[in-house]
Ligand binder design. Structure first.
Ligand code: 0RQ
Length: 503
């Protein structure tokens, strides 16, 4: 199906993945496509991993530096990490093999706000980019690149890289062509101008990437599916969280603080946020929109149910079954879906202007409403901050949600003090667990603490939290946000020592 490569100039650069990977040198910095498990290159990274293993077997060093959009798939992060081939990685990872390497101290990882990656690269803050390896769904006759199922930082990698390797994946639906909107107007200071997007469905850019054909050194044909993780069906805890949140939205509409069609939804990754989308199918809201980072299964279901009018994102993040299904139905979604570069999908200016309702997951929150999204027991990275900071800081209402306990009840996700801070109290306005929803807007620290303990904490941990807080109120150094520094992280210490936070 080589009509996916319509530009005759590029036909003679078609080669296999091994030949393409041979163009990458030890120590190279590579900008890869990929955002969640979609749109990442599926052949060249595997070939590179084999090459690295061979080099290592021959006693020669070989490692590369990898920049992406966000997480990718096992053929990229998994294979390269397993080969011991990644020296440095940014800006987000959820691959379990790479996670182990990072947490063992064998791989450097820089966890960045996803909206900031492309501008930082253009500003020269991250150093030079040697090679871009980008999956596309096709190449037009005049050399324009038809994007695939995620946009991520591809525009910037194509611009910044010295040489470009393309993977043309014919598994991707041809109907994707036209769903993308690539804005080429982002200048650097002092030349920045307002980004002319005022509704989630505005089109402000062009359908295809441009790329200097002289930089394209290899074109590799592939036919392999995106590999996102499957979702588990919502359990009772996820249903309860979704229920509290939907009651809150209904209340806000009644109070006149939200319009009946709500405001553009941002929904984070994971099973709980997916459950909220499914919950919205039954809820009394119509003509919803989403201005978000990823479109998960639940959002497509919400569209199919006629509830969600439109979604803007940077990537599809569908379960394998849903992705196959989407590929046969993509035409139906052409006027309902736009994929944009992550610099635009997550842009603080646009999130603030649109007034997004941000809904993200958390690792733990403390009684004052600071949130840890990334580091278990303060030191073990789970994934990364992703887009949560872009959205939480700039949302109309910033909501964080989680089950109230983790690891079978051994861990309370509500703690005296977070062991790592990603989101400060000011960026956390609503906190939801299956126990209840705490509306923290306008509350001072002491009222926030009482509300979070009484509403969100699990009953098994509530008395201990109350006891800590009561003692802090008697003996704290200051009485604005009472704290016992010696004891504040003792729950984490206990977990590390005994395997449980329970006394
Ligand atoms: O680990 O599977 O090994 O048991 O963390 O937790 O409960 O499955 O929750 O999938 O919603 O993920 C914050 C990680 C939540 C996610 C986080 C353990 C738990 C499990 C996952 P196991 P759950 P979720 C825009 C938004 C940052 C990026 C973001 C995340 C695993 O939401 O990565 O928001 N957010 N992006 O057992 C120890 C605790 C724990 C804990 C959970 N307190 N202590 N382990 N776990 N809480 C989208 C993008 O940026 C792409």
């Amino acid at each position: 199906d080589s009509n996916r490569i319509a530009d005759p100039r590029l036909r003679d650069r078609i080669m296999d993945a091994e030949a393409a990977a041979a163009r990458i040198e030890n120590g190279a910095t590579i900008g890869m496509s990929g955002f969640t498990g979609s749109g990442y290159p599926k052949a060249v990274p595997l070939a590179l991993a084999r090459r690295i293993e061979a080099e290592h077997a021959a006693g020669r060093p070989f490692q590369v530096r990898i920049w992406t959009g966000a997480s990718t798939g096992p053929e990229l992060d998994g294979a390269l990490a397993k080969a011991g081939g990644i020296e440095y990685r940014l800006p987000y990872n959820s691959d379990p093999v790479a996670r182990e390497k990072i947490n063992a101290g064998e791989m450097d990882y820089v966890d960045l706000h996803l909206s900031q990656v492309a501008p930082m690269a253009r500003q020269g803050f991250l150093g030079p980019l040697d090679t871009a390896v980008i999956e596309v769904s096709g190449i037009t006759e005049d050399g324009a690149l038809i994007p695939s199922s995620s946009m991520g930082n591809n525009k910037t990698w194509l611009e910044q890289a010295r040489q470009v390797i393309l993977e043309v994946n014919r598994w991707q639906s041809p109907a994707l062509d036209g769903m993308h909107d690539i804005y080429y107007g982002t200048a650097l200071p002092p030349h920045r101008k307002p980004i002319p997007l005022v509704h989630p469905d505005d089109r402000i850019g062009q359908r295809h990437f441009r790329c200097d054909p002289d930089k394209i050194v290899a074109v590799v044909e592939t036919d392999a599916p995106d590999r996102n993780a499957p979702f588990s069906p919502p359990d009772a805890v996820a249903h309860a969280i979704a229920g509290h949140l939907l009651d809150f939205f209904a209340h806000e509409v009644k109070q006149g603080r939200l319009p009946p069609e709500l405001l553009p939804l941002q929904s984070g990754v994971g099973n709980v946020t997916n459950a909220v989308m499914l919950g919205l199918i039954e809820a009394p809201f119509e003509n919803l929109t989403a201005y978000t980072e990823v479109v998960q299964d639940g959002m497509l279901d919400l569209m199919d149910a006629g509830k969600l009018r439109f979604a803007s994102a940077t990537a599809l993040s569908l379960s394998p079954e849903k992705a196959q299904w989407f590929n046969t139905q993509a035409d139906r979604f052409r006027d309902k879906l736009i994929l944009r570069p992550q610099e635009i999908s997550n842009h603080p200016e646009l999130i603030r202007r649109l007034g997004c309702l941000a809904m993200n997951g958390l690792i733990e929150a403390d009684i004052y409403g600071s949130v840890n999204s990334t580091h278990i027991m303060g030191s073990r990275i789970q994934n990364g901050i992703g887009g949560s900071g872009d959205f939480a800081r700039n949302a109309y209402v910033s909501i964080f949600m989680s089950p109230s306990v983790a690891k079978g009840g051994k861990i309370s996700t509500i703690v005296p003090k977070v062991s790592h801070t990603d989101h400060i109290g000011q960026d956390v306005q609503v906190l939801v667990t299956e126990q209840g929803l705490a509306d923290l807007r306008g509350l001072d620290p002491k009222r926030r603490a009482q509300k979070i303990i009484g509403t969100c904490a699990h009953p098994d941990f509530r008395p201990a939290l109350q006891d800590y807080y009561d003692r802090a109120r008697r003996t704290s150094f200051g009485m604005h946000a009472p704290c016992l520094p010696d004891e504040a992280l003792s729950w984490h210490t206990r977990y590390i020592q005994t395997g449980s936070m329970r006394p």
